[in-house]
Design a protein around this ligand. Structure first.
Ligand SMILES: Cc1cc2nc3c(=O)[nH]c(=O)nc-3n(C[C@H](O)[C@H](O)[C@H](O)COP(=O)(O)OP(=O)(O)OC[C@H]3O[C@@H](n4cnc5c(N)ncnc54)[C@H](O)[C@@H]3O)c2cc1C
Length: 200
């Protein structure tokens, strides 16, 4: 951060990068709010449009302007419900910031992550999540390497057997968010207990 030198945000929020009067792209902050003088973004450049090309062209020390923080896909740390995080592909970014924030706070509430990506390379932050799960501090991790988001929806149906006292955070594409929400609602979950962030 140069101006301002410090940036305050909540885990799960994003910034808007301008490319012209009517062209912006949103990028979620992958790092945690504890780190205020540097923020980390993480992008999937496969879509190949304006934002992807901009990301690919970035060089070290390049000055980047953005607006933010924006968005309400944030974690309520006072909420005592058990979180189930569901990420499709690069939708993992806000969830990564939230999970790392929980770890920084030494918050060991039971939590589950179901995360699908098309190949191993796209399963970003996998090593960190695996390490977190191995520490056995109430965190259960289900990585799914497949191009089929239907597998993610089926995994939610399989692993979320009870929705009692559960709050869900779902991020990725619109279709998958809808399908995951339908599964959870059919299991008795209140629609409002399903928080979501649509990336595409
Ligand atoms: C709130 C919010 C937060 C976001 N955070 C991130 C982030 O942290 N990292 C990140 O990489 N992207 C993020 N995105 C998506 C990002 O803003 C861009 O849409 C993405 O980078 C593609 O931009 P583009 O200009 O290359 O392609 P575009 O020209 O915008 O899109 C090309 C096509 O690909 C679709 N598309 C866009 N992204 C994906 C995707 N990942 N998988 C499949 N299809 C896609 C679009 O719907 C469109 O049809 C976020 C979007 C929103 C709304």
């Amino acid at each position: 951060m140069e101006d301002p030198p410090s940036f305050e945000f909540d885990a799960g929020q994003w910034v808007s990068v301008p490319f012209g009067p009517k062209n912006v792209r949103a990028y979620t902050i992958a790092s945690t709010p504890a780190e205020r003088d540097t923020i980390t973004l993480c992008a999937d450049v496969a879509p190949g449009g304006l934002g992807s090309r901009w990301f690919r062209s970035l060089v070290p020390d390049q000055v980047v302007e953005f607006k933010g923080p924006l968005g309400g896909f944030t974690f309520d740390f006072a909420d005592t419900r058990r979180p189930v995080f569901v990420a499709e592909e690069i939708g993992i970014v806000p969830i990564r910031s939230i999970l790392m924030s929980l770890r920084e706070r030494a918050d060991t509430r039971p939590a589950m992550l179901l995360y699908q990506a098309r190949d191993r390379e796209s399963l970003v932050y996998d090593a960190g999540f695996t390490a977190l799960a191995e520490r056995g501090a109430g965190f259960v991790y289900h990585p799914l390497v497949t191009p089929d988001a239907g597998v993610l929806v089926a995994a939610v149906a399989h692993h979320v057997t009870s929705t009692d006292g559960v709050v869900a955070y779902v991020a990725g594409g619109e279709q998958t968010i809808k399908r995951v929400r339908e599964v959870l609602v059919s299991r008795g979950m209140d629609r409002k207990a399903v928080k979501w962030e649509r990336f595409w």
